[in-house]
Structure formats: structure tokens, C-alpha cells
Design a protein around this ligand. Sequence first.
Ligand SMILES: *Cc1c(COP(=O)(O)O)cnc(C)c1O
Length: 370
Amino acid sequence: MSNKLIPVTQPFLPELSEFVPYLEKIWDNRWLTNNGPFHQELESKLAEYLGVEHVSLFNNATIALITALQAMRIHGEVITTPYSFVATSHSIMWNGLAPVFVDIDPATFNIDPAKIEAAITPLTSAIMPVHCYSNPCDVEAIQKIADNYGLKVIYDAAHAFGVSYKGESILKWGELSILSFHATKVFNTFEGGAIISQDAKTKQRIDRLKNFGIADELTVTAPGINGKMSEINAAFGLVQLKHIDEAMLQRQAVDARYRAELADVKGIALYQHDVHANSNFSYFPILVEADYPLSRDKLYDKLKANGILSRRYFYPLISNMPMYRRFPSANTAHLPQANALAEKVLCLPIFNELTIEEQNHIISLIKEGF
Ligand SMILES: *Cc1c(COP(=O)(O)O)cnc(C)c1O
């Protein structure tokens, strides 16, 4: 076994030589940003690949989430999940809105629709769920509640690149869905993100908002932000997109090997992919239960001592962070499932270049159990 550290994830990079002609084109035409030719091409190629109509590229998903709440004119309270990356709740706070945390369903790790209604108040205007680890939320149940109460649904789909549900893109659900193309995600543009909208008028509003609210040379219609993706990032996205299916197949093989080898390990629980969806194999979370010989943190330490970087993702829970604890819904007694999961989850390395030898080493350390 080599001494190199095994990271929890590693960006998938095509050959550099494939990227160079794109750079030469940028150097030739000197169009560096502001809806350049590669930006336009990536928006249309992604729409085609993802099976959606309207894609608005962003410089990252956090700015996209903040802009999405602006675009839908959300006010008051937003119902969301505490079991996510901090950017979900932070985007709510950046809009001067209050997050209202609802517990998760332990079978899917996603917001539990059965608990949403009790969290709705006269101030509620939106629901922001997360398709955690690319596992689709219960989109039907969430939409029904939203329709009944006149709420907007904005999905944090940062994990859900290329995921379809019952044969159609998961990104077609809700008013808007936000993708992340950060380096750690399945599909990356170094930094980047996108908002998927359902009609041309909404896309236009979003495209203005990400460009300072500028409508034309003389007209600014909203206090927008700078959320634009540059040509260099868009060009890289075009190169990546050519190889993304291959990269996901390699991840699928890693996922299958972990599942086969860890299924019967006492005290280690695996989550099941939704039978109605196709996963993008972005994460491999295991749950370290009480009957495993080591605690979750001891297993994390043991892997680290052996050169393997796993990640407690998501831990700590958003609702337990100092800036969120003051919200009544952040009370741990109100969120038993999310709190329990955050204590036992451990995401194992999964990326397209993880070798079988490296993976076997990880598996044998977990099986060893001491
Ligand atoms: C990565 C991630 C984000 C933030 O994406 P950036 O592109 O890094 O801003 C938001 N939400 C979730 C669930 C994420 O995993």
C-alpha cells in the first residue's frame, strides 16, 4: 500500500490538453465574462443533458441560493432542513429571513414532509428542502403541502446533478432548483452553480438579478448582485460534460463495491438508493451504530491514522451552530432524527480515480472493527 493520503473526494479532471484549445479561443476573442460564447454554450448543453428548459449559470451555488430567494420574492419564514451544508440556511439569513427547521426522515435523510405542516405559520412563504446525497426528497408530498398553503418550493439541489425521478429530471420539481458545480461535487467548474427555472420569464428575472439587476444599458430594475460565471469556468464545464457519464459510472462501481463488502458488517448501516431515482453516486455515507465496536469519531480517527480521510458530513448540524441556536425550531428535542444521524454518519472516500486496492484497504479497516 502506498503512503499517499486518500482524500474523501477528488475532483474529476479531464486531460489538460483537452482544455487548452478552449483557453486559446478565450485568448483570441478576448471575451472573458458577461454571457460570453462558452457561457451560452454551457447553458444550452446543460439544459439538454439535464433534461430541463432553463439554466442560469452562477459563480457558485451559495450566490445562486441567495438570488433564488430574491427572484421568488420570499419574505418572512422559510422551512428548511438542519441536515445540510451551512450554505442552505446561510442563504436564508442573507435575505434577512428566518429559517424554520423541520426534522428529517431517517430513511431518506431528507426533510420529513409529515412534519412540515406543523411548522407553517402566517409568516411562512417558502420551503427550501435539500436532495441529500442525491436522494430525491418526497417531492409529491412537499408540492401538495406547498399548493395547499400557497408556498413556494426552492430546492437546494447541490447534490442532485443528473438525478432523475420516475424517468424525469428531479430539477423539474418546485419553482426553482439550485445546483452546485464546486470542485467537490460530481460535476464541477472549479467554482460554479446554476438555477434551474421552469419558464423563460423567471429565467430572465434571474439573469438580471445575477448581473446587478441590469435590464439594458440605461435600466436597472432590481438591487441585483454579481453572480456571473466567467468564460474560463464555463469552458471547463464544457470539457467536463463530455466525460461526466464515464466519471459517474466509475463512481457507481465504487458504490457497488462498498455495498457488497459492508452490507453484513455488524454495526454499520448503509442507506438505500431510492428505487424510483438514479443516483449520481456523489457520496457514500455509512452509519456507525451503537453495536459497532468503535464510536463514529474513533473510526474517523482510525481511518485518518491510516491515511484515509473520511468526512463527518453533515456534522455539526446547522441547527446546533451558534448563529442558529437561538431559533426556537433549532431545539434538539424538536429535531431528534437529524441530531441522531449527525452523530453517527461518516462519508467514505468516493471518486472516479479511487483504486480497488485503496478501496479494499478502507473496507478491511472498517471490517476489522478495533
Ligand atoms: C456544496 C453545497 C452548497 C454550496 O455550494 P457552493 O457552490 O460551494 O456555493 C449548498 N448546499 C449544499 C447542500 C451543498 O452541498
